[in-house]
Design a protein around this ligand. Structure first.
Ligand code: PBG
Length: 318
């Protein structure tokens, strides 16, 4: 009889035929640092992920390095909300803080977007008539990215989904002498109902309308492929699907079309889904978290951005 069960009998046999060996080296830990905060603030559903004052960022990074985190994604939230002319100074100080602590032991990616800066909460600027101001948006993004790289960031991660941003950022970085700073593009990013805890953390909820004019429609895989292919053509080094768990069907196809590594961002709502299930006694958190990572890896994710990266060592990942 064909007994597929035979190779499932022991842990050693299951390990032998597992197709998804991965560890902490493939996980990226987000960090939220908020200007003007005096004490850390919890973010609903995100467990041990807090909004941090700048003064507490260094110790958080030190503990994470101790736990084996090797990749960080920084979200720097400025105090001022403006219409334009954004100031990268606070993010610059945060970047310097992380770099001083990690001293080359970790890679620092900096999320590059406008939604924490704009009074509108949108990822782009608007002109007087309320239309998207694309040239103005790209100029602001490029200014921020350049400042982040100047401050020492290892990589730039544009999450805004505005047309042409990767080419624009690549040119700006190259012109500023940052030709070796890689771009991790949030290349297939959907308008999603799963970003709720993040918008609390980053203070970035849209004040009018929604993001469907620039983020992808979940009903179209064609557009999702086109968006990632274009990021690759424009010079992105790494691509990403987001939300990760609900986009696993796209990962292999994007990789095949572009030849680039494709990561998955397990977004705040997806992660909160696990913490809330566990809180209700409806799931074993550790097991569910590991399962979710394995599934993204099985689908072909080269790396995973996850609020649980700092827990991976305790979960037994190498
Ligand atoms: C900023 C940005 C968002 C996320 C990452 N970068 C929010 C959004 O686009 O609304 C979401 C991350 C998460 O939910 O964990 N543009």
């Amino acid at each position: 009889m064909k007994r597929l069960q035979r190779l499932r009998a022991t842990a050693a046999l299951r390990d032998l035929v597992s197709e998804v060996g991965f560890g902490r080296a493939q996980l990226v830990q987000p960090l939220f640092v908020v200007e003007g905060l005096s004490a850390p603030e919890a973010v609903p559903g995100l467990g041990d992920n807090h909004r941090l004052p700048l003064a507490r960022l260094g110790e958080r990074v030190a503990r994470d390095l101790e736990a084996g985190v090797r990749q960080f994604m920084l979200f720097a939230v400025p105090a001022a909300k403006q219409a334009g002319g954004f100031d990268p100074a606070f993010a610059g100080r945060a970047i310097e803080t992380v770099m001083a602590r990690s001293g080359g032991r970790a890679t620092l990616w900096v999320d590059t977007c406008l939604c924490s800066h704009t009074a509108s909460g949108h990822c782009c600027l608007h002109d007087a008539r309320g239309r998207q101001d694309l040239p103005g948006t790209l100029a602001e993004l490029a200014k921020l990215a350049r400042a982040y790289a100047d401050a020492g960031a290892d990589g730039i991660a544009p999450s805004d989904m505005n047309d042409g941003r990767v080419a624009h950022l690549r040119a700006a970085l190259d012109a500023a002498g940052h030709g070796l700073v890689p771009i991790m593009s949030y290349s297939s990013k959907f308008a999603s109902g799963f970003y709720g805890p993040f918008r609390v953390a980053a203070d970035s909820a849209p004040q009018h309308g929604d993001r469907r004019g620039y983020q992808l429609d979940v009903r179209s895989a064609r557009d999702a492929y086109a968006a990632s292919v274009r990021c690759a053509e424009e010079g992105a080094d790494l691509l990403m699907v987001k939300p990760g768990m609900s986009s696993i069907d796209l990962i292999a196809g994007i990789g095949a079309r572009t030849g680039l590594p494709v990561g998955a961002y397990q977004v705040s709502g997806e992660y909160a889904g696990l913490t809330l299930l566990a809180r209700e006694g409806l799931a074993d958190f550790d097991a569910a978290l590991l399962e979710s990572w394995y599934v993204m890896r099985r689908a072909g994710a080269a790396f995973i951005v996850t609020y649980g990266a700092r827990l991976a060592g305790a979960l037994g990942l190498p």
